[in-house]
Design a protein around this ligand. Sequence first.
Ligand code: PMP
Length: 421
Amino acid sequence: MNRDDMISERERRLGKAYRLFYEEPLEIVRGEGVWLYDAKGDRYLDCYNNVPHVGHCHPRVVSALCEQAKTLNTHTRYLHDNVLNLSRRLSQTMPEALDVTMFACTGSEANDLALRIARAKTGGTGIVVTEHAYHGNSRDIAAVSPAYPNFEGLGPHVRTVPAPDLFRGVYRGSDAGAGYARLVREAFADLSKYGHKPAALLIDSMLASDGSPTPPVDFLQLAAEATRAAGALYVADEVQPGFGRTGAAMWGFERYGARPDIVTLGKPMGNGHPISAMITSTEVIEPFSENTKYFNTFGGNPVSCAVALAVLDVLEEEQLLENARQVGEQLKLGLKSIQDRDDRIADVRGSGLFIAVELLHEGEPDVQSTVRIVEEMRRQGVLIGAASRDGNVLKIRPPMPFNAQHAEQFLDTFAGVIQRL
Ligand code: PMP
Protein backbone atom coordinates (compact mmCIF):
# COMPACT_ATOMS: atom_id res chain seq x y z
CA MET A 1 0.00 0.00 0.00
CA ASN A 2 1.39 3.46 -0.81
CA ARG A 3 1.85 6.10 1.85
CA ASP A 4 -1.16 8.25 0.94
CA ASP A 5 -3.48 5.25 1.01
CA MET A 6 -2.09 4.19 4.36
CA ILE A 7 -2.66 7.68 5.76
CA SER A 8 -6.27 7.87 4.61
CA GLU A 9 -7.12 4.34 5.74
CA ARG A 10 -5.54 5.05 9.09
CA GLU A 11 -7.61 8.21 9.50
CA ARG A 12 -10.78 6.26 8.74
CA ARG A 13 -9.98 3.19 10.86
CA LEU A 14 -8.29 4.84 13.83
CA GLY A 15 -10.18 8.13 13.82
CA LYS A 16 -8.86 11.65 13.45
CA ALA A 17 -7.65 12.16 17.01
CA TYR A 18 -4.42 10.32 16.12
CA ARG A 19 -1.50 12.35 14.80
CA LEU A 20 1.50 11.47 12.67
CA PHE A 21 4.92 13.07 12.84
CA TYR A 22 6.31 15.02 9.83
CA GLU A 23 4.88 16.52 6.63
CA GLU A 24 6.08 13.36 4.95
CA PRO A 25 5.12 10.72 7.55
CA LEU A 26 7.48 7.83 8.02
CA GLU A 27 6.70 4.15 7.80
CA ILE A 28 9.26 2.63 10.14
CA VAL A 29 9.64 -1.13 9.90
CA ARG A 30 12.77 -1.95 11.88
CA GLY A 31 14.94 -0.59 14.67
CA GLU A 32 18.37 -1.38 16.02
CA GLY A 33 20.26 0.58 18.68
CA VAL A 34 19.91 4.26 17.73
CA TRP A 35 18.83 3.51 14.16
CA LEU A 36 15.41 3.27 12.56
CA TYR A 37 14.77 1.87 9.07
CA ASP A 38 11.82 2.74 6.86
CA ALA A 39 9.95 0.52 4.41
CA LYS A 40 12.29 1.59 1.58
CA GLY A 41 15.33 0.58 3.60
CA ASP A 42 16.46 4.17 4.34
CA ARG A 43 18.09 4.61 7.71
CA TYR A 44 17.40 7.37 10.26
CA LEU A 45 19.43 8.43 13.26
CA ASP A 46 16.94 8.42 16.14
CA CYS A 47 17.53 11.54 18.23
CA TYR A 48 13.99 11.66 19.55
CA ASN A 49 12.72 8.43 21.05
CA ASN A 50 13.26 7.97 24.77
CA VAL A 51 11.11 4.85 25.14
CA PRO A 52 13.66 2.48 23.51
CA HIS A 53 15.89 3.63 26.34
CA VAL A 54 18.77 1.16 26.06
CA GLY A 55 18.44 1.09 22.25
CA HIS A 56 15.84 -0.22 19.83
CA CYS A 57 15.38 -4.00 20.14
CA HIS A 58 18.28 -4.43 22.56
CA PRO A 59 19.15 -8.18 22.31
CA ARG A 60 19.43 -8.60 26.07
CA VAL A 61 15.96 -7.11 26.65
CA VAL A 62 14.41 -9.05 23.76
CA SER A 63 15.90 -12.28 25.07
CA ALA A 64 14.63 -11.63 28.63
CA LEU A 65 11.18 -11.01 27.17
CA CYS A 66 11.21 -14.17 25.05
CA GLU A 67 12.59 -16.42 27.79
CA GLN A 68 9.98 -15.34 30.31
CA ALA A 69 7.18 -15.43 27.71
CA LYS A 70 8.16 -19.03 26.94
CA THR A 71 8.02 -19.95 30.63
CA LEU A 72 5.09 -18.14 32.22
CA ASN A 73 3.01 -15.03 32.00
CA THR A 74 0.29 -14.53 34.59
CA HIS A 75 -0.38 -11.54 36.87
CA THR A 76 0.26 -10.21 40.36
CA ARG A 77 -2.27 -12.48 42.10
CA TYR A 78 0.28 -15.28 42.27
CA LEU A 79 3.65 -15.14 44.00
CA HIS A 80 6.54 -14.55 41.61
CA ASP A 81 10.18 -13.59 42.15
CA ASN A 82 10.31 -11.16 39.23
CA VAL A 83 7.87 -8.69 40.74
CA LEU A 84 9.71 -8.71 44.08
CA ASN A 85 13.13 -8.44 42.46
CA LEU A 86 12.03 -5.47 40.39
CA SER A 87 10.43 -3.71 43.34
CA ARG A 88 13.62 -4.30 45.38
CA ARG A 89 15.90 -3.09 42.58
CA LEU A 90 13.85 0.08 42.05
CA SER A 91 13.68 1.00 45.71
CA GLN A 92 17.47 0.60 45.98
CA THR A 93 17.73 3.56 43.58
CA MET A 94 15.20 5.70 45.48
CA PRO A 95 15.58 7.93 48.54
CA GLU A 96 15.23 6.13 51.88
CA ALA A 97 11.68 5.01 52.75
CA LEU A 98 10.40 5.10 49.17
CA ASP A 99 10.19 1.34 49.07
CA VAL A 100 6.61 0.47 48.13
CA THR A 101 6.06 -0.13 44.41
CA MET A 102 2.77 -0.59 42.59
CA PHE A 103 2.86 -1.58 38.95
CA ALA A 104 0.75 -0.46 36.01
CA CYS A 105 1.12 -0.28 32.21
CA THR A 106 1.32 3.42 31.32
CA GLY A 107 2.53 6.70 32.74
CA SER A 108 -1.08 7.93 32.83
CA GLU A 109 -2.08 5.02 35.05
CA ALA A 110 0.90 5.56 37.36
CA ASN A 111 0.00 9.24 37.74
CA ASP A 112 -3.66 8.38 38.25
CA LEU A 113 -2.69 6.04 41.06
CA ALA A 114 -0.33 8.64 42.56
CA LEU A 115 -3.13 11.20 42.73
CA ARG A 116 -5.56 8.70 44.25
CA ILE A 117 -2.97 7.87 46.91
CA ALA A 118 -2.30 11.57 47.56
CA ARG A 119 -6.04 12.18 47.93
CA ALA A 120 -6.41 9.29 50.37
CA LYS A 121 -3.45 10.47 52.45
CA THR A 122 -4.30 14.18 52.57
CA GLY A 123 -8.08 14.08 52.43
CA GLY A 124 -7.77 16.79 49.77
CA THR A 125 -8.41 17.05 46.03
CA GLY A 126 -6.49 20.20 45.01
CA ILE A 127 -3.64 19.69 42.52
CA VAL A 128 -0.97 22.13 41.33
CA VAL A 129 0.83 21.59 38.00
CA THR A 130 2.93 23.74 35.67
CA GLU A 131 1.31 25.84 32.94
CA HIS A 132 2.08 23.54 30.05
CA ALA A 133 2.40 20.22 31.88
CA TYR A 134 1.52 16.87 30.35
CA HIS A 135 0.92 13.95 32.70
CA GLY A 136 -1.23 11.59 30.65
CA ASN A 137 -4.44 10.83 28.84
CA SER A 138 -7.01 9.40 31.29
CA ARG A 139 -9.91 11.68 32.22
CA ASP A 140 -8.51 12.54 35.68
CA ILE A 141 -4.99 13.04 34.39
CA ALA A 142 -6.04 15.02 31.31
CA ALA A 143 -7.74 17.30 33.85
CA VAL A 144 -4.28 18.11 35.30
CA SER A 145 -2.54 18.29 31.89
CA PRO A 146 -2.84 21.79 30.41
CA ALA A 147 -0.72 20.69 27.43
CA TYR A 148 -3.39 18.19 26.43
CA PRO A 149 -5.84 19.74 23.98
CA ASN A 150 -8.74 18.33 25.91
CA PHE A 151 -12.31 19.46 25.40
CA GLU A 152 -13.19 18.76 29.03
CA GLY A 153 -10.60 21.36 30.15
CA LEU A 154 -8.73 21.56 33.44
CA GLY A 155 -10.64 20.57 36.55
CA PRO A 156 -11.90 23.20 39.05
CA HIS A 157 -9.59 21.49 41.59
CA VAL A 158 -6.49 22.36 39.51
CA ARG A 159 -4.23 25.41 39.56
CA THR A 160 -1.26 26.05 37.30
CA VAL A 161 2.02 27.80 38.06
CA PRO A 162 4.51 29.08 35.47
CA ALA A 163 7.29 26.59 34.76
CA PRO A 164 10.43 27.80 36.55
CA ASP A 165 12.59 29.17 33.74
CA LEU A 166 15.85 31.05 34.27
CA PHE A 167 16.04 32.01 30.59
CA ARG A 168 12.71 33.67 29.81
CA GLY A 169 10.57 33.05 32.90
CA VAL A 170 8.88 35.49 35.27
CA TYR A 171 11.76 35.22 37.78
CA ARG A 172 15.41 34.95 36.68
CA GLY A 173 17.52 36.45 39.48
CA SER A 174 19.34 34.82 42.38
CA ASP A 175 16.10 34.53 44.38
CA ALA A 176 14.11 33.08 41.46
CA GLY A 177 13.69 29.71 43.20
CA ALA A 178 11.93 31.40 46.13
CA GLY A 179 9.78 33.40 43.67
CA TYR A 180 8.53 30.31 41.84
CA ALA A 181 7.98 28.45 45.12
CA ARG A 182 5.89 31.38 46.35
CA LEU A 183 3.64 30.91 43.30
CA VAL A 184 3.16 27.28 44.33
CA ARG A 185 2.20 28.40 47.85
CA GLU A 186 -0.25 30.96 46.42
CA ALA A 187 -1.79 28.34 44.11
CA PHE A 188 -2.48 26.05 47.09
CA ALA A 189 -3.89 28.99 49.05
CA ASP A 190 -6.24 29.76 46.17
CA LEU A 191 -7.37 26.14 45.98
CA SER A 192 -8.15 26.19 49.72
CA LYS A 193 -10.04 29.47 49.34
CA TYR A 194 -12.35 27.81 46.81
CA GLY A 195 -12.89 24.71 48.96
CA HIS A 196 -10.37 22.39 47.30
CA LYS A 197 -8.17 21.09 50.11
CA PRO A 198 -4.59 20.66 48.79
CA ALA A 199 -3.58 17.13 47.76
CA ALA A 200 -0.52 17.27 45.50
CA LEU A 201 2.06 19.17 43.55
CA LEU A 202 2.55 17.04 40.43
CA ILE A 203 5.66 18.02 38.56
CA ASP A 204 7.74 16.54 35.75
CA SER A 205 11.34 16.76 37.00
CA MET A 206 12.44 17.71 33.44
CA LEU A 207 9.48 20.04 32.69
CA ALA A 208 9.56 18.44 29.24
CA SER A 209 6.28 19.67 27.78
CA ASP A 210 7.00 23.14 29.17
CA GLY A 211 10.06 23.12 26.86
CA SER A 212 12.58 21.77 29.39
CA PRO A 213 13.48 25.21 30.81
CA THR A 214 16.36 25.45 33.28
CA PRO A 215 14.86 25.88 36.77
CA PRO A 216 16.65 27.55 39.69
CA VAL A 217 18.51 24.76 41.51
CA ASP A 218 16.60 25.34 44.73
CA PHE A 219 13.14 25.44 43.12
CA LEU A 220 12.09 21.83 43.67
CA GLN A 221 13.20 21.78 47.31
CA LEU A 222 11.43 25.06 48.06
CA ALA A 223 8.32 24.03 46.12
CA ALA A 224 8.23 20.72 48.04
CA GLU A 225 8.44 22.67 51.33
CA ALA A 226 5.59 24.95 50.24
CA THR A 227 3.58 21.88 49.23
CA ARG A 228 4.03 20.12 52.56
CA ALA A 229 3.26 23.34 54.46
CA ALA A 230 -0.07 23.34 52.60
CA GLY A 231 -0.73 19.76 53.74
CA ALA A 232 -0.15 18.29 50.26
CA LEU A 233 2.32 15.77 48.83
CA TYR A 234 5.04 16.30 46.23
CA VAL A 235 4.69 13.84 43.34
CA ALA A 236 7.72 13.61 41.01
CA ASP A 237 6.72 12.56 37.48
CA GLU A 238 9.83 10.73 36.26
CA VAL A 239 8.15 9.31 33.15
CA GLN A 240 10.50 11.31 30.91
CA PRO A 241 13.66 12.11 32.92
CA GLY A 242 13.89 8.81 34.79
CA PHE A 243 16.25 5.88 34.40
CA GLY A 244 19.36 8.03 34.09
CA ARG A 245 18.42 10.06 31.04
CA THR A 246 19.86 13.26 32.51
CA GLY A 247 23.23 11.57 32.95
CA ALA A 248 23.60 13.21 36.36
CA ALA A 249 21.51 10.77 38.39
CA MET A 250 19.06 7.92 38.05
CA TRP A 251 16.10 10.24 38.77
CA GLY A 252 15.54 13.82 37.66
CA PHE A 253 14.58 15.13 41.12
CA GLU A 254 17.94 13.97 42.53
CA ARG A 255 19.72 16.65 40.50
CA TYR A 256 18.09 19.23 42.77
CA GLY A 257 18.42 17.40 46.09
CA ALA A 258 14.62 17.19 46.31
CA ARG A 259 12.79 14.38 48.08
CA PRO A 260 9.40 13.44 46.69
CA ASP A 261 6.60 11.70 48.60
CA ILE A 262 5.59 9.77 45.48
CA VAL A 263 7.48 9.00 42.27
CA THR A 264 5.95 7.83 38.98
CA LEU A 265 7.83 5.93 36.27
CA GLY A 266 6.92 4.86 32.76
CA LYS A 267 8.09 5.16 29.17
CA PRO A 268 11.72 3.91 29.28
CA MET A 269 11.05 1.38 32.01
CA GLY A 270 10.30 -1.50 29.61
CA ASN A 271 12.25 -0.25 26.57
CA GLY A 272 8.95 -0.20 24.64
CA HIS A 273 7.16 -2.94 26.56
CA PRO A 274 4.23 -1.42 28.52
CA ILE A 275 5.19 -1.26 32.19
CA SER A 276 5.01 1.65 34.61
CA ALA A 277 5.17 2.13 38.36
CA MET A 278 4.22 4.32 41.28
CA ILE A 279 6.68 4.33 44.18
CA THR A 280 6.04 5.71 47.64
CA SER A 281 6.49 5.01 51.36
CA THR A 282 4.52 2.71 53.70
CA GLU A 283 3.34 5.76 55.59
CA VAL A 284 1.95 7.52 52.52
CA ILE A 285 0.25 4.48 51.06
CA GLU A 286 -1.45 3.27 54.22
CA PRO A 287 -4.78 5.18 54.03
CA PHE A 288 -5.19 4.11 50.38
CA SER A 289 -4.39 0.46 51.05
CA GLU A 290 -6.73 0.32 54.02
CA ASN A 291 -9.72 1.37 51.98
CA THR A 292 -9.27 -0.28 48.62
CA LYS A 293 -7.85 -3.20 46.68
CA TYR A 294 -5.53 -2.79 43.75
CA PHE A 295 -5.30 -5.03 40.74
CA ASN A 296 -3.97 -4.19 37.31
CA THR A 297 -4.41 -7.12 34.91
CA PHE A 298 -1.20 -6.62 32.95
CA GLY A 299 0.77 -4.34 35.30
CA GLY A 300 3.77 -6.04 36.87
CA ASN A 301 3.29 -9.42 35.21
CA PRO A 302 6.29 -11.78 35.11
CA VAL A 303 7.17 -10.91 31.50
CA SER A 304 6.97 -7.14 32.03
CA CYS A 305 9.08 -7.43 35.19
CA ALA A 306 11.69 -9.56 33.39
CA VAL A 307 11.91 -6.89 30.70
CA ALA A 308 12.26 -4.04 33.22
CA LEU A 309 14.94 -5.98 35.14
CA ALA A 310 16.88 -6.46 31.88
CA VAL A 311 16.68 -2.70 31.22
CA LEU A 312 18.20 -2.03 34.65
CA ASP A 313 20.95 -4.61 33.97
CA VAL A 314 21.85 -3.06 30.60
CA LEU A 315 21.88 0.46 32.07
CA GLU A 316 24.46 -0.69 34.60
CA GLU A 317 26.56 -3.00 32.43
CA GLU A 318 26.85 -0.60 29.52
CA GLN A 319 27.37 2.36 31.88
CA LEU A 320 24.72 4.31 30.06
CA LEU A 321 24.39 7.10 32.64
CA GLU A 322 28.03 7.97 32.18
CA ASN A 323 27.58 7.76 28.41
CA ALA A 324 24.58 10.11 28.60
CA ARG A 325 26.63 12.58 30.64
CA GLN A 326 29.61 12.57 28.27
CA VAL A 327 27.76 12.54 24.95
CA GLY A 328 25.22 15.04 26.28
CA GLU A 329 28.08 17.45 27.07
CA GLN A 330 29.49 16.95 23.57
CA LEU A 331 26.08 17.69 22.03
CA LYS A 332 25.59 20.80 24.15
CA LEU A 333 29.07 22.14 23.38
CA GLY A 334 28.56 21.53 19.66
CA LEU A 335 25.15 23.19 19.71
CA LYS A 336 26.54 26.16 21.64
CA SER A 337 29.23 26.70 19.04
CA ILE A 338 26.53 26.65 16.32
CA GLN A 339 24.57 29.13 18.49
CA ASP A 340 27.58 31.51 18.38
CA ARG A 341 27.16 31.70 14.58
CA ASP A 342 23.36 31.92 14.45
CA ASP A 343 21.26 34.31 16.49
CA ARG A 344 18.01 32.39 15.98
CA ILE A 345 19.32 29.87 18.51
CA ALA A 346 18.50 31.69 21.72
CA ASP A 347 19.23 29.01 24.32
CA VAL A 348 20.85 25.57 24.47
CA ARG A 349 20.02 23.69 27.67
CA GLY A 350 19.28 20.34 29.23
CA SER A 351 21.18 17.57 30.87
CA GLY A 352 22.59 14.27 29.63
CA LEU A 353 20.70 12.99 26.62
CA PHE A 354 17.80 15.36 27.13
CA ILE A 355 18.64 18.55 25.30
CA ALA A 356 16.45 21.49 24.35
CA VAL A 357 17.21 24.28 21.88
CA GLU A 358 14.99 27.36 22.02
CA LEU A 359 14.53 29.44 18.86
CA LEU A 360 13.58 33.12 18.99
CA HIS A 361 13.18 35.78 16.32
CA GLU A 362 13.33 39.38 17.56
CA GLY A 363 12.66 38.10 21.08
CA GLU A 364 9.52 36.15 20.07
CA PRO A 365 9.10 32.37 19.70
CA ASP A 366 10.34 31.34 16.25
CA VAL A 367 7.87 28.56 15.54
CA GLN A 368 8.39 28.66 11.80
CA SER A 369 12.15 27.98 12.00
CA THR A 370 11.56 25.27 14.61
CA VAL A 371 9.13 23.41 12.35
CA ARG A 372 11.39 23.82 9.31
CA ILE A 373 14.41 22.48 11.20
CA VAL A 374 12.49 19.40 12.39
CA GLU A 375 11.24 18.69 8.84
CA GLU A 376 14.59 19.31 7.16
CA MET A 377 16.47 17.16 9.70
CA ARG A 378 14.02 14.34 8.93
CA ARG A 379 14.75 14.74 5.18
CA GLN A 380 18.44 14.51 6.04
CA GLY A 381 17.89 11.29 7.99
CA VAL A 382 17.96 12.64 11.57
CA LEU A 383 14.83 12.49 13.76
CA ILE A 384 14.15 15.17 16.36
CA GLY A 385 10.96 16.78 17.72
CA ALA A 386 9.62 20.05 19.11
CA ALA A 387 7.98 20.97 22.44
CA SER A 388 6.88 23.87 24.69
CA ARG A 389 3.68 25.92 24.79
CA ASP A 390 4.66 27.90 21.71
CA GLY A 391 6.29 24.97 19.92
CA ASN A 392 9.60 26.81 19.49
CA VAL A 393 11.88 24.42 21.39
CA LEU A 394 13.69 21.57 19.66
CA LYS A 395 13.68 18.37 21.67
CA ILE A 396 16.75 16.13 21.29
CA ARG A 397 16.36 12.97 23.32
CA PRO A 398 17.96 9.92 21.69
CA PRO A 399 18.20 6.37 23.04
CA MET A 400 20.89 6.12 25.73
CA PRO A 401 23.57 4.25 23.69
CA PHE A 402 23.92 7.37 21.50
CA ASN A 403 27.69 7.72 21.13
CA ALA A 404 30.29 10.31 20.08
CA GLN A 405 30.03 9.41 16.35
CA HIS A 406 26.25 9.68 16.45
CA ALA A 407 26.62 13.07 18.14
CA GLU A 408 29.03 14.19 15.37
CA GLN A 409 26.55 13.13 12.71
CA PHE A 410 23.73 14.96 14.47
CA LEU A 411 25.81 18.14 14.83
CA ASP A 412 27.03 18.10 11.19
CA THR A 413 23.49 17.65 9.91
CA PHE A 414 22.13 20.30 12.25
CA ALA A 415 24.81 22.84 11.28
CA GLY A 416 24.05 22.27 7.56
CA VAL A 417 20.29 22.54 8.04
CA ILE A 418 20.45 25.72 10.08
CA GLN A 419 22.88 27.33 7.63
CA ARG A 420 20.55 26.71 4.69
CA LEU A 421 17.42 27.80 6.55
N1 PMP B 1 4.08 11.98 32.25
C1 PMP B 1 4.92 12.54 31.36
C2 PMP B 1 5.93 13.54 31.84
C3 PMP B 1 4.85 12.17 30.00
O1 PMP B 1 5.69 12.73 29.13
C4 PMP B 1 3.90 11.22 29.59
C5 PMP B 1 3.80 10.75 28.14
N2 PMP B 1 4.20 11.65 27.19
C6 PMP B 1 3.04 10.67 30.55
C7 PMP B 1 3.18 11.06 31.87
C8 PMP B 1 1.97 9.68 30.18
O2 PMP B 1 2.51 8.46 29.86
P1 PMP B 1 1.68 7.40 28.96
O3 PMP B 1 1.58 7.95 27.57
O4 PMP B 1 2.50 6.15 29.07
O5 PMP B 1 0.34 7.24 29.60
